[in-house]
Design a binder for this molecule. Structure first.
Ligand SMILES: [Zn+2]
Length: 180
């Protein structure tokens, strides 16, 4: 049993071992963390490094790499923390509430991942205060945006409902056709 387990560990793509001729000392690539839309600059990686200090690739490039290389080979050249988080969290475009939740949990120390120094958590708080102040200064524009979004959603729902409506029953000689 022991030997069987050791065999499994050794066959684990050579990660963490120098068997199978695999070099694991090469620095891995990190994945750029999708930014909140109002943030500019190089940003950080999924695992929290400054994107200027480590080799990075975009999330899209990572998923492309994963497809091309397969899970095991991809894991040897890509930071595992980055890979895990890239798969776990949606981007702002995909789901803004989810992207925001991530920022809050990671940067404001929502329980499991309190960051030392809390620099980015403070930044996030300042940003939210700025967002509220800007809305206060541009209330009408803000309300107009919300109204436009609601209208668009209602229109899309109507369109979908119309598309899903069953077609009128087929009639044969003025009588309803029997159900199929
Ligand atoms: Zn990383």
């Amino acid at each position: 049993m022991r030997e069987a387990l050791a065999g499994v560990a050794a066959g684990d793509g050579g990660r963490g071992a120098d068997g199978e001729g695999v070099t694991v000392k090469e620095p891995v690539d990190h994945i750029l963390r999708p930014q909140l839309p109002w943030r500019i600059g190089p940003g950080i990686t999924e695992c929290g490094y400054s994107a200027e200090k480590v080799p990075t690739l975009t999330r899209a490039a990572y998923f492309e790499r994963l497809k091309d290389m397969g899970q095991q080979r991809c894991a040897m050249v890509t930071c595992m923390t980055c890979s895990d988080t890239a798969r776990r969290w949606a981007t702002w475009d995909e789901e803004p509430r989810h992207a925001m939740q991530r920022e809050i949990e990671w940067e404001a120390g929502g329980g499991y991942r309190f960051r030392r120094g809390d620099e980015r958590g403070v930044r996030l708080r300042d940003e939210l205060l700025a967002v509220a102040a800007l809305i206060e200064a541009h209330r009408e524009e803000f309300d107009a945006h919300i109204a436009a979004t609601e209208q668009r959603r209602a229109w899309l729902e109507q369109k979908a409902a119309h598309a899903a409506k069953p077609k009128p029953k087929q009639q044969i000689f003025g009588l309803d056709a029997p159900p199929l």
